[in-house]
Design a protein. Sequence first.
Length: 319
Amino acid sequence: MSYAILGYLMIALIVVLLLTNKATPITAFVIIPPIVALVAGYSIEEVNGFIQAGVSPSMGTALLALLSIIFFSIMTEQGLFDPFVNFLVSKAGNNVAVITVISAIVAHFSHLDTGTTSTLLVTIPSMLPIYRRLGIDRKYLYLVIVQAIGVMNLLPWGGAITRSCAVTGMDPATITVAVAPCLVAGFAYNMVTAWIYGKRAQKKIAAGILDTGEVGLVVEENRDTKLNLKYWINLAWTLIIVAMLFLATEISGYITFFIAVVGALVINYRSVKEWNAIIDKYAKNALRTSLVMFAAGFFAGILNNSDMLSNMSNVVTSL
């Protein structure tokens, strides 16, 4: 019972620290579980073994997260998604419900790299001018973006899946296939709610309630993406990588994305200097995500390999 209490206290403490912004996931996962394990009576050697057992399975997932972020960031910078986004924006017109639905589609598409920053930098500059021109309440734009992020994180390289894999040791593609119905249902739900938001916004506009205030945001000009040979090679390369991820299950996801990143560098940049510069540009965000994966291994290793998890399960089943 004491192990169960310590296990629940450990989880509760980590959750409170994260929700109150008193600690980052890395510091919370690295500091709290070992301390709790030592308090539970385990030796330093045992705790070290727990951590090793937890971190080892997360290495592949952490590499997948790091490399996928770099790959899709390169493709976003090269304007791979721009023609699709521009096409949708050109079809928006003045129908408010259609505009909010298109905003949701753009947000889903731009979050293929599962990077929140790139999603905001693609969706807001392309859609916000339309919202301001018609006086549409901007909160609906932010709502559809947040909902899109939640759904698209169910992709194999998404934060929700990679963090789950870091804890369970499962293959990301396997989990995504299992939750594919949820992904589809989530996308459909987001389309319906986006339409509802549009109808609500239309009623506000009809009532004379217009949102035309300043945004406090510098909107960057859209890239002048040309549909040249390099664009089609990038598109084909991306489709090949996604297909490999789901169909070539005998190849680890991080190996697929290693190949993806190398191919993207060779296709789009010509010198070692450029290769190093683009890696440096996106490595910061990618590394932060990967470190969270490794840190989660501390938590998972101690929870799963000590007696905490089994005792916690016994408490639940005895209720």
